[in-house]
Structures are given as structure tokens and as C-alpha cells.
Write a protein that binds this ligand. Sequence first.
Ligand SMILES: NC(=O)c1ccc[n+]([C@@H]2O[C@H](COP(=O)([O-])OP(=O)(O)OC[C@H]3O[C@@H](n4cnc5c(N)ncnc54)[C@H](OP(=O)(O)O)[C@@H]3O)[C@@H](O)[C@H]2O)c1
Length: 342
Amino acid sequence: MAWQHIEIARFGGPEVLELVSEDALPAPGPGEVRIKVLAAGTGFTDTFIRMGRYPDFKGPLPFTPGYDLVGTVDALGEGVSGPAVGTMVADMCVVGGYTQYAVRPASALVPVPEGIDPAEAVCLPLAYMTAYQMLARAAAIEAGATILVVGASGSVGTALLDLARAMGLHVIGTCSAANMGVVTSYGAQAIDYRAGDFTEAVKRATGGRGVDAAFDAIGGAHFSRTFAALAPGGVLVGYGSQTMATGGESLIAAGLGLARLKLWSLLSPLLGGRRAVWYSITDRRKAHPEQFADDLTKLLGCLKDGRIRPVVADRLPLAAAGEVHRRIDKGGLGGKVVLLPW
Ligand SMILES: NC(=O)c1ccc[n+]([C@@H]2O[C@H](COP(=O)([O-])OP(=O)(O)OC[C@H]3O[C@@H](n4cnc5c(N)ncnc54)[C@H](OP(=O)(O)O)[C@@H]3O)[C@@H](O)[C@H]2O)c1
């Protein structure tokens, strides 16, 4: 049976995403299942991978991009007893999501409860999991705390706002002027980071005290500005080097940003108990695979109950992958674009 997927044969701009047709369905090997993909997530990290700048994936080429997927189990490989054929599952595959059929290890899959929209479910494995694990595990934040979300209008940013609202946190979010409505729609206070010094604006908004936790993926020198917005005892969670990824800062500057996080943690007693940690979803999953499945199952339950509301900015066919990457590169999407392969 003929089927289609997106392929990248060389790292580069959105033009390297090509729609490719295959004649025979891929066969699952021992321990694997074949998934009929119903929704594939797109996002900034996919563009980072496309350019060959993502530390956790450097090939081999060619490959199919796509960090997360939701679909139904279509065939079982040798030795696999479940999930059963027909079960809807979610997976954070890092690459391989932009396709009609994917072959994945059965052990990596998390069942999706019935009645959930696959396009909404696919917002969870990367964006909501990152947000949830940073709030609940890296920062161990408690109800009533005040947090700062840098880049609050993005996929992870809106996931942080949505979860923070569900957890009873007070939130200040930075974004561009055009996206302030997205941020305030979650009940957060929006600060336009282009309109002035956001650190000062955060201090003013908190009566000079600062925030209990801050989340920053801009990275490099930007971490210093976010760290300065912390209240005594507060924690900065760094989780990206976006300025380096988009070519605005060197690898060395990004490395210095990471070194600063370590230094601040070492010097924490001299800094009013303020500290900093690094979060990586891939590292955390390797170190605690059981937490990954537990946390994703919990989030899928929240989606089923209507406690969280992912923003699907657009639903497009596989053939639109190049166009979607152009839109992500331009910025300001205000949600996640989902590819619907069928
Ligand atoms: N460590 C991890 O495990 C992990 C996991 C997932 C993602 N990430 C990283 O997290 C970052 C965000 O990913 P995403 O998928 O949420 O991307 P996204 O949807 O493209 O969002 C990025 C946001 O950054 C905002 N932005 C750009 N420059 C900014 C600045 N100087 N100050 C404040 N906001 C700024 C943009 O907001 P405006 O459009 O409003 O300007 C945009 O909405 C990426 O660097 C990604 O690699 C890390």
C-alpha cells in the first residue's frame, strides 16, 4: 500500500522538507509496533533539528522529522503483546512524526484515553511534558507562588500558563506586543519584552520582591536578566538556548549561559538562596523513564477532564510541512501547528 512521509536529506532551511511516497508499508521488528499517525506536532525544536543544530540529534540523513505523534496501533512486531491493535497512543519520538505510518518501540508508547482529539493530545508529549516537569519536578513549585514565564506565547510558554492556572499560581509572562492577548487569556499578566527592561517591569509587578520561579529558554546572556527577577529563595529553570539556535548568539555565549546556571547554584547561599537549574526533557526521560510515562498519563487525564486546554493554532496536511516551518521561523504563532497526515 502506498503511503507518504516528509524526508530531510540535508540540513538547512524549510526547503529541505520533502514529501516522499513509499510503496510498501514499514514492518515492525521484534519489540516494535506500527502506528497509523493521526496527528504530528510541529514546533521550534523541529526547526532546530532541521538546521542540524540540535545537540540530541545529528542524523543519520535522510530522516523524517517530527518530535511527537499520536496515532492508532496498526500492527504488532514479534514478542509484542500490547498495546493492542486499534489503541490510540502518544509518543515523543524526537524525529519521525511527520508521516502516515511510523514504527516505534512498544515500550515507548503511552495510551491515550478515548474521546480525546488527537490534535490536542499531540500538544502534550513535548510542550506540556516540558512545562509540567519543569513546574512539578525541576522547580517543585507550590500553589500560591508567583512565576515568570519568558516567551509565554510559544508552545511551551502557553503550556506553562495553562498548567500554572490549573495549579493555582500567579503568572507574569513576557511576549511580543501582538501576542499579549494570548498571554492574558490564561489570566496571566503580560509584559512586552520589546517595550523596555522586563526585569524592572517584573520587579514593579511584584512590589519589588521578584518571582518565586522563572522559566527561560532564550538562554545565553538572557539568563542573567531573568535571574535578576527572582525573589530571595527563588529558582531559575533554564531550558533552551533559543538565541543560539536562531543564529543570534554563538555556541560559546550559549555555553557561558549554562555555566552561569551552575555557578549561581554553587553560590546560592551568597545570593539570598536564589538558585538555577537546567532542564532537558530528553535527559530527564533517560534518567527517569517511569516518570515520563506517569506524567504523560496524568496530563492526558487532565486533557480528558478539560482541566487543560492546548492551543492548536492550525491543522494542516503533511504537504504543508515546509510552509509550517517558515511560519515557525518567522515567530509569533501563538500556539502549536499540528500536521494531520490523513
Ligand atoms: N529543554 C527542553 O527539554 C525543551 C523542550 C521543549 C522546548 N525547548 C526549547 O524551548 C524553546 C521554546 O520552544 P517552543 O516550541 O515553545 O517555541 P515557540 O512556540 O516557537 O515559542 C518561542 C517563543 O519565544 C518568544 N520569544 C522570542 N524571543 C523572545 C525574547 N527575547 N523574550 C521573550 N520571548 C521571546 C516568541 O514570542 P513572541 O512571538 O511573542 O515574540 C515565541 O512565542 C526553544 O528554545 C526550544 O528548543 C526545550
